[in-house]
Design a protein around this ligand. Sequence first.
Ligand code: 3HC
Length: 698
Amino acid sequence: MPEPVRYHMADGVAVLTISNPPVNALSHAVRARLQSLAERAAIDGNVRAIVIAAEGRTFPAGADISEFGKPPAAPWLPEVCARIEAIEKPVVAAIHGTALGGGFEVALAAHARIADAKAAVGLPEVKLGILPGAGGTQRTPRLCGAGPALDLMLSGEPIHARAAERLGLVDVIAKDDLLKEAIAFARKLADAEVPPLRSSDRAPQEADPAAWAAEIAKRREALKDTPLHAPPRIVDCVEAVQLLPFEAGLDFERAAFEDLVGTPQSAALRHAFFAERRAGKLPELKGVPPIEVDHVGIVGAGLMGSGIAVACLNAGHRVTLIEKNIETLEAGVERIIDIYDRQVARKKMSVEDRDARIGRLAGREDLDALAEADLVIEAVVEDMDIKQRVFASLGRITAPGTVLATNTSYLDIDEIARGSGRPEDVMGLHFFSPAQVMRLVEVIPGRETAANVLATGFDFAGTLGKIAVRAGVTDGFIGNRVLAAYRQAAELTLLDGAAPEEIDAAMRAFGFPLGPFQVSDLAGLDIAWARRKRLAATRDPAARYVSIPDRLCEMGRLGRKAGYGWYAYPKNGDRLGEVDPAVAAVVDEERIFQGVTPRKFSGGEIQRRCLVAMANEGAKLLAEGIARRPSDIDVVMMHGFAFPRWHGGPMMWADQRGLLQVQKDLRRLAEDDPAAWAPAPVFGDLIKNGRGFDSLNG
Ligand code: 3HC
């Protein structure tokens, strides 16, 4: 094993180079070696100054997240930082790439920081449900003040080197050769023979205490309703900077860090981090080269088609948008231009960038324009006949090897592919609306999809900055199948006695931005209605069926777009909707018709019913091979359906509740209604072996 930190001398300066690919995470081996080499340099009489640098992509991007939750191994990062800061010779951090979290904390412990002009620094711990735990909460505000430090730590967003320089977090921006300049800088500091400038020596008391206190009070107020545990603790730590001496502040920070790292919330957020990265790992595609995509054809210029077009244009692709009706085509192109104009107006995009993107867009009425496309995405109405006809034409018109994708949300990819005569070139690429914003794409191979076509799906989604998840062919793939189970649970709970607004409030309290009925209203009730009609013939006759949404659709209550749905929307832009007695009347009638005596539900009971239903559907998707691993389901639900990230997705939620408990919940519900609630056999298998869904996340 090569050493994770190397030592060499240059011009009287000891250079400690961290080498732990891919992101130089500060694993135990790195910490131990960094500390021992720092000690060596500190006592070596030939060393006048020290530079800490890293090779490869980046200065350390943080502590090694995979070590969290395991027994801590000395030296801890705070000790390493303390040791570095205590050295009596100048220590300079040479930053390139992204110095994040513990990596940036090492740099803050150094006596000076020089950064590559393209570098960024940040403290993203909050995104993992923790806080900077190696002195970051104490050193950062001492260097840049409470407000900017809180911005950095509460947002978790990195800032560019120049912004960091303006804040006093970086001392020098390298002009050309970072390492050379870092060594020269370290020499200069040594020559000056001034004592090391330690962040911990800066006295925050010199900053206006009243302004500091006001900043703290303002942040506390802004966070008073947050469901997250880490942000208020970050504020506490920054307050401590004013109230405690540095060492005591470090202890205060450490205690908060340890509390947080042990919370289910942090475990869930860490799970989300790794789940997103795991989703793209498909062993069967290892070494399979994707087809290079430049020219993308999009068939259908509706909301979805134009959103996909924007996503492609943003990624630098050439796009030909097809719509056989000129008015619809023009409306689609206008929608795209409008999206860009709004970004220019909000100063999020330059006029040149907008023009360059629009310049890569062509609108055509004839599919023949796609003869030269590398990839075609069909986004026409959700109708099998129409889609098959489009694919029959695409199969004829496009060159062999052109990848053909359908954006269907529910329909059978194999049936769609059959029409093309080239099923090996066809797959599903299921975007979520608005496609230019939502980061999720389900990539669905059909029975005959070629490996390089599937590889192209993943690679292409990556170029769009999307998170791609593999799903199998089934009605609704992963996301809409779980959503349907969630809706069914919500509707059965409604039938059994809870009001729509109680169910919505309970799920919002869990962390969804909208409850299930509010989401239905937003999406339009007609989509699920069409699906119910399509599946009517195959529905389990023993299952309880809630016809309330059908009744609402028949009444024209199709959701927000109609002004009425599960709620009334008398005012424009009313997000949550108003409770409508007309809906309550339909619900009452259905209860009477089904002989249900309504009962009361607590918020917690409502949440449990919905969540066990989602986890149970996820378990079925795993057993059917539709989802490869539980964490893929979690990624789909977090990114496609706003499942609160701090619960980690329905499968992680089930693991955290305990599968035995979830199975018990399901069994109890199944006593009255086995068709809806019977637990999937996977629960029994995992419980028997004392394992959770996480054990299937290979
Ligand atoms: N620990 C362990 N593994 C890490 C890691 C970390 N801090 N950061 C990234 N990785 C791994 C990823 O899991 C991935 O592994 P894989 O190839 O096996 O899937 C690999 O490194 C590359 O990561 P990405 O795919 O994310 O690469 P990108 O180039 O897209 O992004 C990055 C690089 C911006 C550094 C991004 O990985 C990132 O944001 N990392 C997390 C940074 C972070 O949260 N740091 C704080 C850690 S907590 C901490 O430091 C506590 C301290 O205060 C005590």
